[in-house]
Design a binder for this molecule. Structure first.
Ligand SMILES: Cc1ncc(COP(=O)(O)O)c(C=O)c1O
Length: 420
């Protein structure tokens, strides 16, 4: 690194530590990942010093599905800025109407209406709030170790480690092991408003649902008069090789929540897609839920362009062929690293590298960084490293990622004293 680059980075770290987060600055320095986003393009990000280049296999959980600074999305936002701004959240909006009708055509089942938000947590909050309002019931069942956001009701549906330090433990929230239909059956009763699940729980280490799990969840909901909320914030928009992750399971949710990738990586946007019956709840109370920046008009054309791109059959076929490259590659990696690699948890490009012990994930994140990959471990199962490359990479780049994963597994073995 040049002296100038060094000085710039030190300055950013010092300022960040003083005014944003001292803990994060200290943590990243201590684990040797002192990376500060500088230039970014397509699947790549460069350190602010310009010296280090990473392939982004974190993608903020899907924000960068279409890569960084996707030229089409940037062009749409530029054009949009010529004539639009935030708009008014109380009034009728042409841009929100166009975007919602596109979502209605593409969404699974009969999700005809959409309420827009800014971030995923806000959209999940609305899903839970509406389920409670509509059913008049208090109880919400979710997966232990799942993650739905940092806001009130979303936080309450997530793992205790993110809410206990704040003393936030709302009544009515119950958690069951993911993939366990019997536990679900036992937890759901006449007081249950909704079940909420990620299609593949990312923070829990990407456990892939058993084929029949969501079908059973749907039946249990229908029988009990509860709603099924599917959080597609990470699995939506083509990540799994189909437009929606839940399509793999042939199930229609009552509410689907989107965020992250809907932004095109450049303008925040989230969505809570609902059935006509649920929209009926708002019919007589149209101003009961308002979000000043939710569905900002200037961002709607970007989200629309994201939907157009992500729903193209050729785009989805490309994701599926990349997924095969990774599946094949990991078969070879398992033979090369039996001491450490258990296997790949995979639904399309929603991937988790499962390793043998809870020490592996953190060490693997560091090894990946050293080998030019940005990849983080799953916080609620640290045996697993999340692998979420942009969906627009070439097969050659997929193979390069596999080579870098290979080296990273080798380095992780050395960190653990298992190395050759
Ligand atoms: C599955 C899932 N749901 C909800 C959220 C919350 O989204 P946001 O951070 O935009 O509020 C996240 C964020 O990581 C997520 O991964």
């Amino acid at each position: 690194m040049t002296q100038q680059g060094d000085a710039l980075k030190d300055r950013v770290f010092e300022q960040f530590s003083r005014h944003v987060s001292s803990g994060k600055a200290e943590f990243f320095r201590s684990v040797g990942i002192d990376f500060v986003f500088g230039k970014r393009q397509g699947p790549y990000v460069w350190d602010v010093s310009g010296d280090k280049k990473l392939i982004n296999c974190h993608c903020n959980g899907g924000v960068f599905n279409l890569g960084h600074a996707n030229p089409k999305m940037v062009g749409v936002l530029r054009d949009s800025l010529e004539s639009l701004d935030i708009g008014n959240h109380h009034l009728v909006s042409e841009q929100r109407a166009i975007l919602a009708s596109r979502l209605a055509r593409l969404a699974p089942g009969n999700l005809t209406h959409t309420v827009f938000g800014v971030g995923g947590g806000e959209a999940v909050d609305l899903a839970i709030k509406l389920a409670r309002g509509y059913t008049g019931r208090p109880k919400v069942v979710s997966a232990s170790g799942g993650y739905h956001g940092h806001t009130g009701l979303a936080l309450a549906a997530g793992d205790p480690q993110y809410r206990d330090p704040f003393g936030i433990s709302l009544p009515g929230f119950v958690q069951v092991p993911f993939n366990d239909a019997a536990a679900l059956e036992a937890a759901v009763d006449g007081h249950t408003a909704a079940l909420i699940f990620e299609t593949v729980p990312a923070t829990l280490g990407m456990p892939i649902p058993e084929k029949g799990f969501f079908g059973r969840a749907r039946e249990i909901c229908t029988r009990a008069g509860a709603l099924l909320i599917i959080d597609e914030i990470q699995t939506g928009l083509g990540r799994t090789g189909l437009l929606w992750g839940i399509e793999h399971y042939g199930v229609s949710p009552d509410i689907m929540v989107l965020g992250k990738g809907l932004s095109g990586g450049i303008y925040p946007m989230s969505a809570t897609c609902i059935t006509p019956e649920l929209e009926g709840f708002f019919h007589d109370r149209p101003f009961i839920h308002v979000s000043t920046f939710g569905g900002a008009e200037v961002g709607c054309p970007v989200a629309l362009a994201v939907l157009e791109e992500s729903s193209r059959p050729e785009f989805l076929a490309h994701v599926r062929s990349l997924a095969e490259v990774f599946a094949r590659g990991f078969e070879g990696l398992r033979e090369r690293h039996p001491e450490i690699l258990v296997g790949l948890r995979q639904l399309g490009l929603m991937m988790g590298i499962e390793m043998v012990s809870e020490h592996c994930g953190p060490l693997m994140s560091r090894a990946c960084y050293d080998n030019g990959l940005l990849s983080v471990y799953a916080n609620n199962d640290t045996r697993v490293s999340q692998l979420l490359p942009p969906l627009i990479i070439t097969e050659d780049l997929a193979r390069e990622i596999l080579e870098r994963v290979d080296k990273s597994l080798e380095d992780t073995k050395k960190f653990l004293g298992l190395g050759s």
